[in-house]
Design a protein around this ligand. Sequence first.
Ligand SMILES: [Zn+2]
Length: 186
Amino acid sequence: MIEPKFKLGDTVFMASYDRVGKSITCPDCLGSARVKVTLGTGEEILIECGGCDLAGYRGATGRIKQYDFAVRIGSYTVTGINLQGADAEYQLDNFGGSSYTIVTEKGRYRVFATKEEAQAHGEGLRLEHETEENKRLLAKTKDHHTWAWNATYHRNQIKRLETDIAYHRSKVEICKSHIKTKKEGE
Ligand SMILES: [Zn+2]
């Protein structure tokens, strides 16, 4: 058991985060929405950028979404204390309503005696949040396997359709020549 740092009625400070979305230039296509792929044959083709086409069907836009987390420091009143082994858990602003906050002294989300301490801790967490979130988003732009698969798929479709076109064209040619032969024979 520890001696809690704060007592009932104390004013404490805590950081919270506002997530602000922003759009940045796609790091894969640098905004052009197209990327050059070199195939095993050495042939280079331009395909739609998979990095900024996150939904996979909406089309590449050249931009991707990233998040900034703005740190906000709030002041709260300690309305409950619960000792949890080596840590103390505090209820903040529990004035009988249904909305209140639970934080601890040593956990990830902490309360502090001063705004400055809360701000310093908050900035550290903000960087962590941003790095994690944006890494996750950027990871999606690195799926080269899918891009290559897409390119191969479309090229195969083209080849197949070209073969079909050639076949149908040859049939039309035969029909034409039949008509000609008929006319000549009349
Ligand atoms: Zn892109």
